[in-house]
Design a protein around this ligand. Structure first.
Ligand code: URA
Length: 217
């Protein structure tokens, strides 16, 4: 049976445009310049959709015709938090939409001894606990680093329901792991793939996102 994402998951509208963009970045023949360009386009759509899930309050303004317009305003302040290194690819997309947004960083790697994700570095805006956090990582595979990153944000005082996790490609294993641990958090994802292979890559996926985006091995 096809995977039914839980309600915490916001899947981008599966438009032909999005499908065409993800087809390009999934193609192993796609060269780096195109990989960056088309990933950036998807990141932009993800960020725009993410902003739709932040709370708003009513706001009335006076237009130049002297009339009232009953609109809305975002309720709180936001910040980005990128999971290094691949998540750094999403920072510019966030900056393009949210002028002078503060961006924290978090580095998590596998501990050689325990094989568990280990926190190596975290740097956040000092008032992060009062902000809504857009957590950035393009691939949600096992969910191991995401869970460690979310635990770290919670340790710094960020409420689970104030975290919005943005990623390009996810899979049922990662979604289940994250949602089970943090049911109050939302995930915004562009596509949900079939699952993980034996090397824990997402299938069909797109390979190693960080290496393709940053041009490394
Ligand atoms: N990270 C990646 O870059 N690709 C995967 O398939 C899984 C994790």
């Amino acid at each position: 049976m096809a995977f039914q994402p839980p309600p915490q998951v916001i899947l981008l509208p599966q438009t032909q445009q999005l499908k065409a963009l993800t087809t390009i970045i999934r193609d192993k023949e796609t060269q780096r310049a195109d990989f960056i360009f088309y990933s950036d386009r998807i990141i932009r759509i993800l960020v725009e959709e993410g902003l739709n899930h932040l709370p708003v309050v009513e706001k009335t303004v006076i237009t130049p015709t002297g009339k009232e317009f009953h609109g809305i305003d975002f309720q709180g302040r936001i910040c980005g938090v990128s999971i290094m290194r691949a998540g750094e690819s999403m920072e510019q997309g966030l900056r393009d939409v949210c002028r002078s947004v503060r961006i924290g960083k978090i580095l998590i790697q596998r501990d050689e001894e325990t094989a568990m994700p280990k926190l190596y570095y975290a740097k956040f805006p000092p008032d992060i606990a009062t902000r809504y956090c857009l957590l950035l990582d393009p691939m949600l595979a096992t969910g191991g680093s995401a869970i460690k990153a979310i635990e770290t944000l919670i340790d710094y005082g960020v409420a689970e329901e104030r975290i919005l996790f943005l990623n390009l490609i996810s899979c049922p294993e990662g979604i289940r792991a994250v949602v089970e641990k943090f049911p109050a958090m939302k995930i915004v994802t562009a596509e949900i793939d079939a699952g993980l292979d034996e090397k824990l890559y997402i299938n069909p996926g797109l390979g190693d996102f960080g290496c393709r985006y940053f041009g490394t091995d």
